[in-house]
Design a protein around this ligand. Structure first.
Ligand code: DGY
Length: 322
């Protein structure tokens, strides 16, 4: 196809190869850092297809600046909170995303963070590297047990359910809060207050939208148990970081582990970085080789389908086809 498409970063080989097979006018942003807004507008202008990452804000203004020939927006992510989906729908532009292929990687990451925060691994490593370890001690860096504890999942979609599946192997009792999801893996549906009151671990698995923005605020944190660990692998915007700072600093809750922050990257002067009981990693939930390969392939397949005028294999706004 001779359609111009713009890809906002070098994506893993499987997706890139598929794009190269189909498009002779592939414009690829090759810098390590994402294009600035002005660069994005300039380079994407005239494109019929846009393949973006979660680092690009794709709003109505950008869609109009690209032009009315824009036929498809495909994001190499499952979350689409960086895209104004209503604006795309109003312009009848299908938006593609990459569900399913990152479920296991993100559930694994949730457990990695949960265990690391519960057993104070990052703190222990900092302690050792600082040369503070002088002897084995009965009370050194004591953490929390998983067996027979309660895990509360806020959101019970694909990833929440994959976490519940893993929790069975750790002998955790699992509660979940979700307006619509059916039970799976012996997880018990409860209201949010019950979940917060009873859980030793609380893990967030909701998409970021108007309903979930700053859901984890001072009130939410005040209902958690003092021994509780909070894990967030969803989106930074779901959480009020100032409220979390105060809850951790005052030991209102035991610890937090964050895969995502708001903003990303987290500024180095963020007070959260002063806290020993806050583990933060740079949005690595889907960061395994196999998962990123599959995400790139799905994103490329969505783009190709959109430009052929076919239904996207994974379309976030299927209303465009009505
Ligand atoms: C996504 O795809 O939305 C994830 O956050 C990437 O890790």
């Amino acid at each position: 196809m001779s359609s111009k498409i713009f890809v906002t970063r070098i994506i893993p080989a499987p997706g890139l190869m598929l794009l190269r097979e189909h498009f002779s006018h592939l414009d690829l942003w090759t810098a390590d850092l994402p294009p600035s807004r002005a660069e994005l507008i300039a380079r994407a202008h005239g494109a019929e297809g846009l393949l973006c990452l979660l680092t690009e804000k794709v709003d109505g203004e950008l869609m109009d600046a690209i032009g009315s020939q824009l036929k498809v927006i495909s994001s190499m992510s499952v979350g689409v909170d960086h895209i104004d989906v209503s604006a795309a729908t109003a312009r009848r532009i299908p938006v593609g995303n990459t569900p399913g292929v990152l479920t296991d990687a993100t559930a694994d990451q949730t457990f990695a963070l949960l265990l690391a925060a519960a057993r104070r691994l990052a703190e222990g490593e900092r302690y050792l590297r600082a040369g503070k370890w002088v002897t084995w001690s009965p009370s050194l860096l004591l953490g929390a047990d998983l067996a027979d504890a309660t895990l509360g999942l806020v959101g019970f979609g694909r990833i929440g359910q994959a976490v519940a599946k893993r929790a069975q192997g750790f002998d955790l009792r699992v509660l979940y809060h979700s307006p619509s999801a059916k039970s799976a893996y012996n997880a018990q549906p409860v209201d949010l207050n019950t979940l917060l009151r009873e859980s030793d671990f609380v893990s967030i698995h909701v998409p970021l939208n108007a309903q979930t923005s700053r859901l984890v605020n001072a009130d939410f944190l005040s209902q958690m148990k003092p021994n509780a660990v909070l894990v967030n692998t969803a989106r930074g915007g779901v959480l009020d970081q100032t409220a979390l700072y105060h809850a951790l600093k005052s030991n209102r809750i035991f610890a937090a582990a964050l895969d995502v922050t708001d903003p990303e990257p987290l500024p180095m002067d963020s007070p959260l970085l002063e806290l020993e009981n806050c583990l933060i990693v740079p949005h690595l939930g889907s960061a395994s080789k196999k998962t990123r390969d599959l995400m790139s392939l799905l994103a490329a397949q969505n783009l190709v389908a959109g430009l052929k005028g076919e239904r996207l294999p994974h379309c976030f706004n299927p209303q465009v086809y009505q």
